[in-house]
Design a protein around this ligand. Structure first.
Ligand code: ATP
Length: 274
């Protein structure tokens, strides 16, 4: 492939085909830096995440995608040597404010990890746990409704409705990942962060998660970290390319993959490094 040719990656071109719509900025990061001890992992990153589009974070291994993703719901707080500077807001509210309740924040900004990690409890309990501790279901009937609706939204209900008491860990990898998505959905989040959610899954289970991301678009602000550029092109409408801790380029996925502005983005998407 020459420098000027478009890469052989198909993109979701709906944004180009349809007129621009107003977007609602859900999260805004400004001049964010992350340090692990003295190591500087994220450098002056500013980005808006909106409700209407799925945002993909791409870039070579070690560029800081997961580190930056974790700043969006303060998962970095769990790493003692990690330090975050800059501003991150959720609907205008500073998520690093001392007044912020981090447990509430992580319900509002849910996370799905690379490896499905259901609790060693029943399918029902996996989904019911969050709503129960957050007091979302005053009666058992309410909780049943929340569990059913979260499993339906996660595209898992039909497969598990007759065995809700079976262990979540007995499901297939793809089903476990959808269970983890149902668990995040059950507490009525505003944002869902996904850190390489398909990397442990086979192609069929991956396709189901990608369909699910399409179905959830617009209901939640969704950010997905992925190593797989075809996946970024299929599921996202906005793409952010990270390199060595910098946000090099951020824009519409169709533009990033066919007409990147930056040389480093072009080199990455044409497979020159990574
Ligand atoms: N818990 C940690 N402690 C110390 N350094 C870390 C920690 N997590 C990540 N790093 C470092 O921060 C930098 C960014 O890592 P990060 O995992 O965010 O990158 P990534 O782009 O998500 O990589 P990959 O695609 O391989 O998952 C790397 O240099 C990594 O070694």
């Amino acid at each position: 492939m020459t420098d000027t040719q478009a890469p052989a990656v198909r993109t979701d071109n709906t944004e180009r085909a349809t007129p621009k719509r107003e977007t609602h900025i859900k999260m805004a990061a400004r001049d964010v830096n992350v340090f692990y001890g003295t190591s500087h992992a994220i450098r002056d990153v500013s980005i808006d995440v909106d409700m209407e589009n799925v945002t993909a974070f791409i870039g070579p291994s070690g560029c800081g995608k997961s580190t930056f993703l974790r700043t969006l719901n303060r998962m970095n707080d769990t790493i003692p040597i990690a330090r975050v500077t800059g501003d991150i807001t959720l609907d205008g509210e500073d998520i690093y404010s001392p007044d912020m309740d981090v447990v509430q924040l992580r319900a509002r900004v849910g996370m799905v990890f690379q490896k499905p990690n259901p609790f060693p409890k029943s399918i029902y309990e996996n989904v019911a746990y969050g709503p129960r501790i957050h007091g979302l279901a005053p009666a058992k009937r309410d909780l049943d409704g929340i569990v059913e609706s979260a499993l339906k939204r996660a595209g898992l209900w039909e497969e598990v409705k007759d065995r809700l008491d079976d262990s979540g860990t007995a499901l297939s990898g793809g089903q476990q990942q959808r269970l983890c998505i149902a668990r995040a959905i059950a507490v009525d989040p505003e944002v869902i962060l996904m850190d390489e959610p398909c990397s442990a899954l086979d192609p069929i289970a991956t396709a189901k998660i990608e369909e699910l991301i399409h179905a959830l678009r617009g209901k939640y602000a969704i950010v997905i970290v992925t190593h797989n550029m075809q996946q970024a092109a299929r599921v996202s409408q906005k793409t952010a390319f990270f390199h060595l801790g910098h946000l090099v380029e951020y824009g519409e996925t169709s533009e990033i993959f066919t007409n990147p502005r930056e040389e480093r983005t072009k080199d990455y998407i044409t497979g020159r490094y990574g």
